[in-house]
Design a protein around this ligand. Structure first.
Ligand code: C2E
Ligand code: CA
Ligand code: CA
Length: 579
């Protein structure tokens, strides 16, 4: 078994660990010393009192001193029994030595006609028997425990250590802060072998691979200290220790990979296999058990996914990003296919707290009901080329809702919708908006399309045509997140825009210094010169509100007066406002 490889370190770390976990704890050394001293003291007292004819008075009654000999003889016997119970092999050896050591003296006494030693002689013999029986029974229990322990840590099919053993070793190495790397290994296309050749051959393949790997680990052929185990099915783990650099780990793993290159002859079949190896190092890549395992699994899955001629990969943080975005991508795809994109409406107000309208903000939950932030799912939809479907879902739902409200109340509120530039650039955007207006019945001047400043500038020329067409329809254009891009007002002048939304980051800084406030004031004045209205985004504090009012901002949108609302809440707000 690969555990044997640990011989280089004396007794295997794993064995020691498992023993530590499974075994009854032995008493500390000082208990052994105390028992031994107590035994010696009792034995001396017995010797001094046994032959004495002196008498002491106890509660007015005379008592022969030699009667104490019996009491202390029992104490000394009890000491040796306790030693063998609690102090393991050492306790046993010392007990036997001291018990046997007493016999010659007792025998000499008996042979000289001193029969008072006779009860002591029998008590000593009896104690010796008890000590031997206890020791042998304990040994049997320990052997049984050892067997159980071995069974619990061995994989039945391959005889390699199993996942439990591997986890115990990894946890112990982490506890000792001893550097190591863990490689998660998965046999490629093992399912095909099982499906086409049957389980029996599949098992033999696993056995063959295991015996090749065991040989490397047991004989130390890789130059490092290795521990190979089978986790389950076609998944193995390789713990590598005793290396100088991470390159050594890679070399070791290559050694395990290289033995797979030889073809295997199994029941007359020629079988070729290869495997994917993903690894992560402790403490370089991760310092906790779960993280380390997850990282090596992530690296293994990635190298398997790439399907290249390379089969070994070390974990890098980029893998997590890919994994995370893959999860989000799948959720977005699912939500779009199942019409699960909803929207909230965040109110916008003028400075006198009169409702101006609402901005529709996309909302998405995954199928477990967890909300996902637009900051995550909007870029995912863009990556997947699905942003136009997502935008349209929000446009349709919010426009139909607001269109109905406008019809019912006759209100002149505005609906603002967000357009991703990727969507805006697609031919047919203007047509989509045209049919949106028709289907929802929203008057064009009450529909506003928000386009982010930074992206708009990058694609200025292409965007301008589309924006002009929208403008011709009577729709309003808002420049969103102003301040996050070039903040170039003169540039914006070339766009047919109507309103500027100052980004929250500017509003946040505004009251920190005089110059920040002056900057926002300048933006507002310039915007007004360019005939643009201004909305301040992300207003949270009364101080900000006061300043914005003083510097002639037109509108605000922020948690101070309204968080994004559900449809019912938005309807209630509109009805209550009496607009
Ligand atoms: P945005 O267009 O700048 O929308 C405003 C964001 O600021 C919203 O976040 C809103 O909830 C948040 N917000 C508003 N007031 C406050 C405030 O006082 N304090 C704080 N801390 N936050 C405030 P949300 O809903 O997470 O949206 C994030 C971004 O996702 C939006 O930023 C927009 O760029 C994008 N987005 C949302 N819906 C859509 C959509 O239907 N289509 C497209 N293409 N993008 C969308
Ligand atoms: Ca927006
Ligand atoms: Ca914004």
């Amino acid at each position: 078994m690969a555990i044997k490889n640990d011989k280089k370190n004396g007794k295997g770390i794993l064995e020691k660990t498992l023993e530590r976990l499974a075994k009854r704890r032995k008493a500390p050394v000082y208990v052994f010393v105390l028992l031994l001293l107590l035994y010696l003291a009792s034995a001396i007292i017995v010797r001094l009192t046994a032959g004495s004819q002196d008498v002491v008075m106890l509660g007015g009654n005379p008592l022969y001193i030699y009667t104490f000999a019996g009491v202390f003889s029992s104490v000394s016997n009890l000491c040796v029994v306790l030693m063998v119970i609690f102090c393991g092999k050492l306790g046993y050896i010392i007990s036997v030595i001291v018990l046997l050591g007493q016999f010659p003296m007792m025998l000499v006494g008996i042979l000289h006609g001193n029969l008072s030693s006779l009860p002591g002689f029998f008590a000593n013999a009896l104690t010796l028997i008890v000590v031997v029986v206890i020791y042998l029974t304990n040994r049997k229990i320990e052997e049984y425990q050892h067997k159980m322990q071995e069974q619990a840590t061995t994989d039945v099919l391959t005889g390699l250590p199993n996942g439990f053993a591997s986890s115990a070793l990894i946890n112990e190495l982490i506890r000792r802060n001893s550097p190591f790397s863990n490689a998660t290994i998965n046999i490629n296309n093992f399912k095909i072998i099982n499906d086409t050749m049957g389980f029996e051959i599949g098992n033999k393949v696993l056995l063959e691979i295991s015996s090749k790997w065991r040989k490397i680990a047991d004989e130390g052929l890789s130059g490092t200290l290795d521990f190979v185990s089978r986790i389950n099915g076609d998944e193995f783990s390789l713990v590598v220790r005793g290396y100088d650099s991470i390159e050594d780990v890679e070399k070791t793993i290559k050694k395990y990979e290289s033995v797979l290159e030889e073809k295997m002859l199994i029941d007359g079949y020629e079988v070729f296999v290869n495997a994917s190896f993903g690894y992560a190092a402790f403490p370089l890549d991760a310092t906790e058990f779960d993280t380390l395992i997850n990282y090596s699994v992530a690296a293994m899955k990635e190298i398997k996914r790439i399907n290249s001629s390379e089969h070994i990969l070390r974990f890098t943080p980029e893998l997590l990003k890919d994994k995370k975005s893959l999860v989000i991508d799948n959720k977005v795809r699912y939500a779009l296919e199942n019409d699960m994109i909803g929207f909230n409406l965040q109110p916008q107000y003028d400075m006198s707290h009169k409702l101006r309208g609402f901005e529709a903000l996309a909302r998405m939950k995954d199928n477990e009901g967890n909300s996902i932030s637009p900051v995550e799912f909007i870029p995912a939809a863009e990556r997947l080329g699905m942003i136009d479907s997502l935008d349209l879902m929000v446009y349709r739902k919010s426009a139909i809702f607001i269109g109905e409200l406008i019809r019912e109340t006759g209100s002149d509120i505005t609906l603002s919708i967000n357009a991703s530039v990727k969507h805006l650039m697609k031919s047919g955007f203007a047509q989509e908006i045209r049919s949106l207006l028709e289907d929802s019945g929203i008057p064009p001047k009450q529909l506003e399309i928000e386009i982010t400043e930074s992206i708009l500038i990058e694609s200025a020329e292409k965007a301008a045509d589309c924006l002009n067409e929208l403008k011709d329809m009577g729709i309003r254009i808002a420049i969103d997140d102003f301040g996050t891009g070039y903040s170039s007002l003169s540039y914006l002048n070339s766009f047919p825009s109507d309103i500027l939304k100052i980004d929250k980051s500017f509003i946040d800084k505004m009251n920190d210094s005089d110059s920040s406030e002056k900057y926002v004031e300048a933006i507002i004045s310039l915007a007004h010169v360019l005939d643009l209205e201004v909305i301040a985004e992300g207003v949270e504090e009364p101080e900000q509100l006061k300043t914005l009012s003083n510097i002639h901002c037109d509108y605000i949108q922020g948690f101070i007066w309204g968080k994004p609302l559900t449809q019912d809440e938005a309807e209630k707000l509109l009805t209550e406002s009496g607009l």
